[in-house]
Design a protein around this ligand. Structure first.
Ligand SMILES: [Zn+2]
Length: 227
């Protein structure tokens, strides 16, 4: 009983930190938490196995030329240096075969798919990342375009954004102690929202398999191996 109350209160904290007006799509620290979630809250994954991709082909040129165009707000020199290192790491990871393979072979419940995939196959999701056509900046420019603003809040929210803005907000409570790989993962997580990918607002096991959470984790895992 105590565990349930504890879990419930954590969920309430997560939800309340997600729902600042229309500010949704936040990344919370609760992704590894095991919560008692009613079955009806777990999104049903789209069953569209992606078997058409030939991973023996050369890595597309866009993986090597992938660039970033990010305006930073409220950063000190030290914080900016950390962001710069994270951006370099993102570019290095995107330029690896390991990253392409991880995205294209991502599996949920035995199918090569992501949860909340927007109807896209794994290879289409990989292609959309390389194209970099954000919903609000739809030019296919092979570039991660966004604004990043640092803020502080004593909440479980690592960062957040919403679909009506090109900006993402990053909480210094976690940013200042995060590894470079962790910062890189958070930037990519929030940027994937700019590409239109969503996930459940409160924690479910399946949320870890959504595009922002799963690809964010790939960035930090592969990036930590490169550093
Ligand atoms: Zn998110």
């Amino acid at each position: 009983m105590m565990k349930k109350i504890f879990t419930l209160s954590l969920l309430v904290i997560s939800l309340s930190s997600c729902n600042k007006g229309d500010l949704v799509d936040c990344q919370n620290l609760t992704s590894t938490q095991t919560a008692d979630i009613p079955a009806e809250c777990i999104p049903v994954p789209t069953d569209n196995p992606d078997s058409s991709v030939d991973l023996s082909t050369a890595l597309p040129n866009e993986a090597y030329t992938f660039d970033t165009n990010i305006k930073f707000l409220n950063t000190t020199t030290t914080q900016q240096d950390k962001f710069d290192q994270a951006i370099e790491l993102i570019k290095r990871v995107v330029a690896t075969e390991e990253f392409r393979t991880a995205v294209i072979n991502h599996t949920y419940n035995g199918s090569k798919t992501f949860v909340d995939n927007g109807g896209y196959t794994n290879s289409q999701i990989y292609q959309k990342m390389l194209e970099g056509a954000e919903t609000l900046q739809p030019l296919k420019n092979n570039t991660m375009d966004m604004e990043v603003e640092l803020y502080y809040a004593a909440t479980s929210t690592v960062g957040y954004t919403n679909s009506g803005t090109t900006r993402i907000w990053v909480n210094t409570k976690y940013f200042n102690t995060n590894s470079i790989g962790g910062v890189a993962a958070n930037l990519v997580h929030e940027w994937l929202h700019k590409l239109g990918f969503r996930h459940a607002s409160s924690y479910t096991t399946s949320r870890d398999y959504s595009v922002p959470y799963a690809v964010g984790r790939m960035i930090s895992r592969i990036g930590n191996g490169l550093n």
